[in-house]
Design a protein around this ligand. Structure first.
Ligand SMILES: Nc1ncnc2c1ncn2[C@@H]1O[C@H](COP(=O)(O)OP(=O)(O)OP(=O)(O)O)[C@@H](O)[C@H]1O
Length: 299
């Protein structure tokens, strides 16, 4: 089945604000993109899903099992990459992955096979015997992805997996996600909307600790119809427009600036409607200041 059901989950940190409020969401097998502004509650939700943090109230179940009360069943099938991933710098890449594999209960030839497989997936086979203290930030991120995959998990929870990856490695990460076969649930949080566009089948948007919107990429684009505009202006007019509207792109052509922006009504007499990108659709949704996303199609 590979289904997570988040039922009215709230989280209040002891010395902090309400990080999640009454979040209810059913996540079925596929790739889910969890998006939202800084502080929206993404990491908090992912840590709850990875059973590292208990909600203040609400229930999370995995294929019908309550994972807050009984986290063990989920942990065997989980791969998790935290936002801030720490390693043992004195270990080699191979030793570290072997150690994580052992913690997950792998042994013998299966353990060796999985370590080799994940090193190959993240293109670090040649560095297998190098100590982690010699790795760059991007390489450590790749080791993080490798350790999350070591047990061939049925549920993969990745908190900002592509941060620090160079463009080629980001493409290769997308290929890894696309290559995962079978009934699997992948949940990844990111601020990079292109990652979502390429990888995710479903999007969940958190805002101020609440589930603000969820649906497919196509539904998000459909909801944003008529909200992307293009206009070419002189720099002073561009600055005036930028003070009022959310611009998504500005390209200089000599003395003029070609601007793309998001607005729910025509922002300038010379502006023409354009097809929104997914990023513009996301910005359009977020620009509904303080409102529920009433024109969305939540499932
Ligand atoms: N351990 C903590 N104690 C107190 N407050 C916390 C703690 N962790 C997070 N918060 C607060 O909870 C809210 C949600 O934080 P969270 O890290 O889940 O958001 P996020 O969407 O992952 O943000 P970002 O995109 O910046 O990583 C924020 O207001 C944050 O300051």
């Amino acid at each position: 089945m590979s289904t997570i059901f988040i039922d009215q989950v709230s989280k209040q940190y002891k010395k902090g604000k309400q990080a999640l409020q009454d979040v209810t969401l059913r996540m079925e097998a596929g790739v889910w993109g969890l998006v939202g502004p800084n502080g929206a509650g993404k990491t908090t939700l992912l840590r709850i899903l990875a059973s590292l943090l208990k909600p203040t109230s609400g229930v999370v179940s995995w294929d019908g099992e309550d994972i807050v009360a009984y986290p063990q069943a989920l942990r065997c099938e989980l791969g998790y990459l935290p936002q801030h991933f720490g390693v043992y710098p004195q270990l080699t890449a191979y030793e570290f992955l072997r150690y994580i594999g052992e913690l997950k209960g792998l042994t013998g030839s299966l353990l060796r096979h999985r370590v080799d497989t994940v090193l190959d997936l993240v293109h670090l086979t040649n560095e297998a015997n190098h100590r982690l203290r010699t790795f760059s930030g991007g390489m450590i991120r790749r080791i993080g992805i490798a350790q999350a995959l070591i047990n061939d998990p049925r549920i993969l929870v990745l908190d900002e997996p592509t941060v620090g990856l160079d463009p080629a490695e980001r493409v290769s990460f997308r290929e890894i996600i696309a290559s995962l076969q079978g009934e699997r649930l992948v949940i990844l949080s990111t601020h990079i909307i292109t990652d979502i566009e390429v990888m995710a089948t479903e999007i969940a948007l958190l805002r101020d600790g609440r589930l603000f919107w969820n649906g497919t990429c196509d539904a998000l684009l459909a909801d944003a119809t008529n909200t992307a505009w293009s206009v070419t202006l002189d720099p002073a007019a561009f600055e005036r427009l930028r003070a009022t509207y959310q611009t998504s792109q500005a390209i200089r052509h000599g003395k003029l600036v070609e601007v793309r922006l998001v607005a729910h009504t025509c922002p300038h007499p010379e502006a023409v409607r354009v097809e929104p990108t997914l990023e513009e659709a996301y910005l359009s949704l977020l620009s509904l200041e303080g409102q529920e996303a009433t024109f969305s199609t939540p499932s």
